[in-house]
Design a protein around this ligand. Structure first.
Ligand SMILES: N[C@@H](CCC(=O)N[C@@H](CS)C(=O)NCC(=O)O)C(=O)O
Length: 219
């Protein structure tokens, strides 16, 4: 069965991109140029009518949504431990994954694309300013989660194995730097982000997507 991932560099599709690379399976990364509007073209709309990345294709079937894709890949590659296997540890990891996806991620959309929420430039400026404040608070929560994992003796957010939460945390922290929220505000979070980025498999994905980790740092 052939695996394909539709992704955009630096987007949330980084999460399944990392999981596929960590799995060691052969897969075909298929780049979607969001900045060129490829997600609105008929060819892509036929793959995902919602016009978003990521899309995971396995054989003749496709699935969207990071939470669903993560659960699918976790089941397909149980040896990788992308999420804790069972019980409260699994529930808590899913709690964090859902929070990243349904709270942190949409808050950033208000920073990055305020025009989605109002046609009025003044209102957009307010939306953006408020969302940056909210995002900063959310990065504080993320830093606390990292501290809790460390206190519990876990090397990674989900426990013993690097996985979905680590790739998502890196993505969300990286996005923060677009809004000026970065290592100067959350040094412990950024020490952990650097640790995730230094993982040799994650580093391979960062290189494929040509990502700069801290977008405030200049190139
Ligand atoms: N809830 C969705 C969010 C997907 C999403 O927001 N994708 C963004 C990139 S991070 C996207 O494709 N945006 C393109 C657009 O909205 O035009 C998921 O979990 O996959």
């Amino acid at each position: 069965m052939s695996l394909q991932l539709y992704f955009a560099p630096g987007a949330c599709s980084f999460v399944p991109h990392c999981l596929l690379e960590l799995s060691g399976a052969t897969f075909e990364p298929k780049m979607v140029k969001l900045h060129k509007g490829e997600q609105y073209e008929a060819a892509y709309q036929a793959i995902n009518p919602r016009g978003q990345v990521p899309v995971l294709v396995d054989g003749d079937q496709a699935v969207t949504q990071i939470v669903a894709i993560t659960l699918y890949l976790d089941e397909k590659f149980p040896q990788c431990g992308f999420l804790p296997a069972s019980g409260m540890a699994r529930a808590k990891a899913l709690e964090t994954l859902a929070w990243m996806n349904n709270s942190v991620h949409p808050t950033f959309t208000h920073v990055f694309l305020p025009q989605k929420f109002s046609p009025d430039a003044g209102v957009q400026a307010d939306i953006k300013a408020n969302a940056i404040k909210a995002y900063k608070a959310l990065m504080g929560e993320l830093q606390n989660l990292v501290a809790q994992a460390t206190q519990a003796g876990h090397p990674w957010l989900g426990g013993a194995h690097i996985g979905a939460l680590d790739a998502y945390a890196l993505t969300l922290a990286r996005w923060g730097t677009i809004a000026g929220v970065g290592p100067q505000d959350f040094p412990a979070l950024w020490d952990y982000v650097e640790k995730v980025a230094a993982n040799e498999t994650i580093a391979k994905v960062i290189a494929r997507e040509r990502l700069q980790l801290n977008l405030m740092a200049g190139s």
